[in-house]
Ligand binder design. Structure first.
Ligand code: URA
Length: 224
């Protein structure tokens, strides 16, 4: 058994993950196990469904929906909370101050948002005034995120901040208690770290975020 297979077995993951693509649409469909009926089944459908979505009240105040950015076949998938003002204006995630820090964090582990990285948020529309997402908004938006994760089929998810971590792991545990170990979401290995916007306000925790990135990098290396 390879080290990658050992890690996946320790996490209780197995066959679904061995089917992971790069091989094309057939492979993606073969591992399609958790998208609910009616949800988008391909990128074209998802890219039409999200801008047309009126499932929660956020569609009334949004300027643009923010689906995601990056390599649609990336091994790394980074998931944040929700678009802010700049993201709502431009239709791209993490383009404000938090985005600049995120780009620096990625550069620190030799990654960039355009290559082998895909970035998305739990919510595709901006909560007014950047308030926290409401549980109903998360629930109504979750089919889009599930479809997106399935389509990207990443090897590793980095959940950034409380909302991403709690949503993807179906828990109300704190970031502090979730950091530092490997989790899984729908068969995908997942690591939790702080949200870049939090790090902008809490500089000492950048050292902990660096530890998370090192863990993510070594986990990815062991999954190859
Ligand atoms: N914060 C997020 O969680 N996502 C963004 O896209 C921007 C800021």
């Amino acid at each position: 058994m390879s080290r990658r297979e050992e890690i996946l077995a320790e996490m209780g993951l197995g066959p679904i993950w061995r089917l992971r693509r790069k091989g094309g649409v057939g492979a993606i469909e073969a591992r399609s196990t958790f998208t609910e009926p009616g949800a988008a089944k391909g990128w074209i459908q998802l890219k039409q469904a999200v801008p047309a979505c009126t499932a929660c009240g956020l569609h009334k105040s949004r300027t643009r929906t923010v689906l995601g950015v990056g390599d649609e076949q990336a091994e790394w998938m980074l998931i944040g909370e929700a678009p802010g003002a700049e993201e709502d204006r431009l239709g791209e995630p993490f383009v404000g101050q938090a985005g600049k820090l995120l780009d620096n964090m990625l550069a620190a582990i030799d990654l960039k948002r355009s290559a082998n990285v895909y970035i998305a948020n739990v919510l595709k529309c901006r909560p007014p005034g950047n308030r926290n997402p409401e549980p109903e908004e998360v629930e109504k938006c979750s089919p889009h995120l599930r479809a997106q994760i399935e389509l990207v089929a990443p090897k590793l998810i980095l959940a950034m901040g409380r909302f991403a971590a709690q949503t993807l792991l179906s828990t109300d545990a704190s970031i502090a208690s979730l950091r530092g170990r490997l989790h899984s979401h729908a068969g995908v290995p997942l690591i939790v770290t702080y949200h870049p916007a939090y790090l902008l306000r809490n500089l000492p925790d950048k050292a902990k975020a660096w530890e998370d990135l090192v863990l993510a990098r070594s986990t990815m290396a062991s999954l190859r």
